[in-house]
Design a protein around this ligand. Structure first.
Ligand SMILES: Cc1ncc(C[n+]2csc(CCOP(=O)(O)OP(=O)(O)O)c2C)c(N)n1
Ligand SMILES: [Mg+2]
Length: 243
């Protein structure tokens, strides 16, 4: 939250915002302002892991809109050619910033996009947390065992536009309400927990309360953190020695 609100307490000292959040400590190598450009970076990280001989796997996330970027396919080719330990997770929420997948993609089943490179793909119910966990485990195992990349197409939905500059006029309010009411992943998980008797309503209320407290703490931390000083305008922009 501190990064999102441009405060020094943020992971990128308030200068990255939502697009350039980065934490080496957490092995989190950020998003990217250029849609799709994170895919070659994630593939490169997998190359580094293989080169160094450790057993890390790179999880590279991108959207249905990003899946139409050319650099994604250059990355697929190299990832399979060298059997790099990378899982490509495509979050197919059916819309990019201005249009639907049907209007912008010749093949809308994105898990098939690796076929011509020899990369296996799986379609996953991205609104079902247990299905996501299981598919993630399988794909990581595949990549870690030396078999190379795998694609997971997570079928999901976003209730809002991509950002404040996306009024989401490409769909009806009824469609959004239908997903909210009948396919919400949190409601679904809650119903499953209750059905299976893994916890009761009272226990879930405690969890809700804990989560609210964590979020409130994060918001307080962000609001209590100052904005970067003007003297930091040019710091952490280029790596030392790169100019
Ligand atoms: C190369 C490039 N083109 C266009 C944009 C503007 N833009 C930002 S997000 C976005 C849509 C991305 O759609 P998707 O990958 O489906 O992500 P979602 O918003 O659904 O998470 C666009 C076109 C950009 N940042 N970079
Ligand atoms: Mg999308």
């Amino acid at each position: 939250m501190a990064e999102l609100t441009g405060r020094v307490g943020g992971y990128s000292r308030g200068k990255g915002g939502s697009m350039h959040m980065f934490s080496v400590e957490k092995n989190f190598y950020g998003g990217h302002g250029i849609v799709g450009a994170q895919v070659p970076l994630g593939t490169g990280l997998a190359f580094a892991d293989k080169y160094k001989g450790d057993d890390s796997v790179s999880l590279t996330f991108f959207g249905d809109g990003a899946a139409n970027q050319g650099q994604v396919y250059e990355s697929f080719n190299m990832a399979k050619l060298w059997d790099l330990p990378v899982v490509f997770v495509i979050e197919n929420n059916q819309y990019a910033m201005g249009t639907s997948i049907e209007r912008s993609s010749s093949e809308t089943h994105l898990y098939k996009r690796g076929a011509s490179f020899g990369i296996p793909g799986e379609e996953v119910d991205g609104m079902d947390v247990l299905a996501v966990r299981d598919a993630g485990r399988r794909a990581v195992k595949h990549a870690r065992s030396g078999k190379g990349p795998m694609i997971l197409e997570m079928k999901t939905y976003r209730y809002r536009g991509h950002s404040m500059s996306d009024p989401a006029k490409y769909r009806t309010r009824e469609e959004v309400n239908e997903v909210r009411q009948h396919h919400d992943p949190i409601d679904h998980a809650k119903a499953r927990i209750l059905d299976e008797g893994w916890a009761d309503e009272a226990a879930l209320k405690v969890v809700d309360k804990e989560v609210r407290a964590i979020v409130a703490d994060a918001a307080d931390f962000a609001q209590g953190s100052p904005e970067p000083d003007v003297s930091e305008l040019l710091t952490d922009v280029l790596a030392p020695g790169s100019v």
